[in-house]
Design a binder for this molecule. Structure first.
Ligand code: GDP
Ligand code: MG
Length: 452
């Protein structure tokens, strides 16, 4: 499956693992993102607006303490893609006026008839009087399929097996409104014209729309369509302005590449998603959830959790306590520590949060020095790869040079940071082994032990 979203996910992975400097990595990510989106036929204006917003934020924003700049960048991409798809809020699903007439359009097999049933159930459950109608006269089974759904849900149905779809649509509305007193009517349509010609189908949709003047024309798009969805959505939109989009089959292997294209092609927003064949497999579209899913849950979810966590300030305390308990501190802890210091003020204050640690006299001189080096060291850590962060012992001479170059800092600065890392860890190790006695620090109380 190659969809624009599938590729974005790969881009995210390689971005996080790249050994380029932050600025370079952002530059290449954006270039690739543009290429992918243009290849997927996403409107060029949409692409350039999206990427320039991402670039601007990427270079301007400071991540909160504890978050690497590269991680924060992914958050920015996630934010901006979510915004493109509708932002924080789901579209209002409830009718603005009555009667509310919904016309479902889309190609055969996209899931229109199933979606008509899902909509009927959704609104019926919420107390509306819903009616279902079909204008599909080309497939004999189409009439039966919707009729059975209507019976199963317990809502009125109108359809005719033969005749003129436009006349049928008018009669359906009249009947369902005047005889069944429906407040919502969902009109299902054919996805393939009798002669199989696309233009005939598009004209028929236009004629039906003109005949019944729907409150909303809804384009039903199969999630697995990828870039084909763009052309399709564009054509429908040209003939019959699309008011909203419903994405179906999100339960499949597809990651929903068609969604972005359909949105880009019509300017309409996604209102619902279907994620299964059953009538209950239907929910309001949530842009953030969707983007998290397509960006790759593994990568993004843990990051998002982390962003939330840092909002709680006792994180800093916890990290330092853990370092004392385990007798070691990772480069990520140090990064976090540096960021906290920047945000929270003097190092001593942060250390005061941990009982006993502030009394580590040996560390004082070096830590004092580090206060001046905060910005330098933050830059340096930003230029490290994941592997280097997780295991600084792999950083040899060559890597030191590369990191220095990437961060725009000196080789000596990189060495000093590595020395600091080692010294802190030695101190913590000694402390844990009991070589260092510190008044007021009860190691047993902090828990942990060998092998943890
Ligand atoms: P239409 O031709 O556009 O009316 O499409 P249908 O509603 O007849 O659906 C075509 C096929 O897709 C049927 O087998 C449906 O059961 C299936 N389908 C529809 N929506 C979904 C969905 O959200 N998930 C899955 N897995 N299948 C779906
Ligand atoms: Mg159908």
């Amino acid at each position: 499956m190659s969809t624009v979203f599938g590729r974005i996910r790969d881009l995210v992975s390689s971005f996080l693992r790249s050994s380029e400097s932050y600025e370079e990595a952002v530059g290449s990510f954006i270039k690739e993102l543009q290429k992918e989106m243009i290849r997927a036929d996403v409107n060029i204006k949409v692409v350039s607006e999206l990427t320039s917003r991402i670039r601007e934020r990427a270079l301007k924003e400071e991540p909160p303490p504890g978050v690497l700049r590269k991680e924060w960048f992914i958050k920015i991409v996630y934010d901006e893609l979510s915004k493109l798809l509708g932002g924080d809020i789901s579209l209002e699903p409830f009718p603005k006026s009555f009667p509310w007439i919904v016309l479902l359009v889309g190609i055969q097999g996209s899931g229109k008839t199933t979606t008509a049933g899902k909509l009927a159930l959704f609104y019926k459950k919420r107390g509306y009087r819903v009616g279902l109608a079909t204008t599909d006269i080309y497939r004999a089974a189409a009439y039966e399929q919707l009729k059975q759904l209507a019976e199963a849900i317990g809502v009125p149905f109108y359809g005719e097996k033969i005749g003129d779809p436009i006349e049928i649509s008018k009669k359906a509305i009249k009947t369902l409104l005047n005889e069944y007193f429906c407040d919502i009517v969902v009109v299902d349509t054919a996805g393939r014209h009798g002669y199989g010609r696309e233009e005939d189908l598009l004209r028929e949709m236009k004629d039906i729309a003109e005949a019944i003047k729907p409150s909303e024309v809804v384009l039903v798009v199969d999630a697995s369509m990828g870039q084909k969805a763009f052309d399709l959505a564009k054509k429908f939109h040209e003939w019959t302005p699309i008011g909203s989009i419903i994405i179906t089959k999100l339960d499949g292997t597809a990651r929903g590449g068609g969604a972005l294209s359909a949105v880009a092609a019509t300017g309409a927003k996604i209102k619902f998603v279907g994620d299964g064949e059953k009538l209950e497999d239907f929910e309001l579209f949530n842009p953030r959830k969707f983007v998290a899913r397509v960006l790759g849950l593994g990568d993004i979810e843990s990051l998002l959790e982390k962003f939330k966590a840092i909002e709680e300030s006792d994180e800093i305390k916890k990290r330092l306590e853990k370092a004392v308990t385990l007798g070691k501190m990772s480069m990520r802890d140090i990064y976090h520590q540096l960021k906290s210091i920047k945000k929270l003020g003097p190092l001593r204050k942060v250390l005061d949060l941990v009982p006993g640690l502030s009394m580590l006299k040996i560390g004082d001189e070096i830590l004092k020095g580090s206060e001046k080096k905060i910005d330098i060291w933050i830059n340096i850590i930003d230029s490290m790869t994941y592997r280097e962060l997780d295991n600084p012992s792999v950083i040899d001479r060559g890597r030191i040079r590369r990191i220095a170059l990437g961060s725009g800092r000196g080789v000596t600065d990189v060495r000093e940071l590595l020395d600091y890392y080692e010294l802190v860890n030695k101190m913590l190790k000694d402390l844990k082994r009991g070589k260092l006695r510190v008044k007021g620090l009860d190691l047993d109380k902090l828990g942990g032990g060998p092998g943890e």
